[in-house]
Design a binder for this molecule. Structure first.
Ligand code: DAH
Length: 335
């Protein structure tokens, strides 16, 4: 037999052991083992319940209540401890994975378009607004498109004006963008209104205004009734759009086999600076129109080829063309 007094004693011991042990537990499996020791099927509290049968009938209700209270409070104690434990585990995980937003980030510098690309795109947009299309042609060009079709036959001394890199007998790196005129006219019926910006190559000795790689923008307009006055107007309009006020421009007589008459174009930033040659222009020679199957009695045209690098130099006050191609970031990042 067991009486209420000794049952109470045992309950108190269990409570004391539980209280003492539970706060020391720092991980989930230790807590679970401890819980099984008290609340498991063969645990200490379960064993006490088994003693109920030995208790005097008069005290049974009281004993049952005591044991139920014990079970309830033990369950509560374990739940509380579990939530404290889960919370600490979570906190330390958060602590571990914490990102310090005040740390300086990893700097990835963002690039931008090279000044020459910016200038080329600006030129394109000016002419697109005037109703021109942008055409392209190959940088590795045939001798035919580069010279013959432009009215410069094989032994013509004018070929010497272009110090050309030849790839083989009939192929070369284009020394100007004019062959694109031919390529466009070969596959289009007039009217034709295009520009073609692009890279060109010449066997030039490098200096402040010459580079073996440089850029030109070609323009071609073929239609009925065009004259030199229209050419001058287009050039002036472009100069005004691209350079703005203050710049001076002049056209003077020149010779190109593919234009008649031909002019050259010079510009300067103001009266005190030197004239810089930007390129050539003229009325498309009837022989060129005939070569591509146009009727020079019906249509006339004008064209120009201007140096993009030189335009950029003039507008941004750059005095050496070579700085465009040396990839010095101190220069490139200024624009
Ligand atoms: N292609 C010539 C050069 O590079 C420039 C030029 C002159 C282009 C007259 C033209 C033109 O379209 O009509 O020197």
């Amino acid at each position: 037999m067991i009486d209420l007094i000794s049952l109470r004693e045992q309950i108190e011991r269990i409570n004391a052991d539980l209280k003492q042990g539970i706060d020391r537990l720092t991980d989930r499996s230790a807590l679970e083992a401890f819980r099984i020791e008290f609340l498991g099927r063969k645990g200490r509290i379960g064993q006490l319940f088994r003693l109920l049968g030995q208790i005097d009938a008069a005290e049974k209700a009281e004993a049952g209540k005591l044991l139920n209270d014990l079970k309830t409070s033990a369950n509560v104690a374990f739940e509380e401890r579990r939530s404290v434990l889960e919370n600490t585990i979570l906190q330390s995980k958060i602590e571990e994975e914490k990102i310090d937003l005040t740390l300086p980030g990893v700097y990835h510098p963002l690039g931008h378009r090279h000044l020459l690309t910016q200038v080329q795109q600006e030129i394109e947009s000016i002419f697109l607004r005037m109703g021109f299309d942008v055409a392209t042609g190959p940088e590795i060009e045939s001798e035919y498109h580069n010279f013959e079709a432009l009215n410069i036959p094989a032994d013509h001394p004018a070929r010497d004006d272009w110090d050309t890199f030849y790839i083989d007998e009939t192929t070369l790196l284009r020394p100007h963008t004019s062959p694109v005129q031919i390529r466009v006219m070969e596959k289009t019926e007039p009217p034709v209104r295009i520009i073609c910006p692009g890279r060109c190559y010449r066997r030039d000795t490098q200096d402040a205004t010459h580079s073996p790689v440089f850029h030109q923008v070609e323009l071609l307009w073929v239609e009925e009734g065009l004259s030199l006055a229209n050419l001058k107007y287009i050039i002036e309009l472009f100069v005004h759009e691209f350079f703005g006020e203050g710049y001076e421009m002049r056209l003077s007589g020149d010779f190109f086999p593919f234009t008649e008459p031909s002019v050259q174009m010079h510009m300067r930033a103001d009266r005190s600076s030197n004239w810089l040659e930007l390129g050539g222009a003229g009325m498309v020679d009837p022989a060129v129109l005939t070569k591509v199957g146009y009727d020079p009695e019906k249509v006339t045209g004008f064209a120009f080829g201007l140096g993009i690098d030189r335009m950029a130099m003039l507008r941004y006050g750059i005095d050496d063309i070579r700085t465009f191609f040396t990839n010095d970031l101190r220069f490139i990042t200024q624009f």
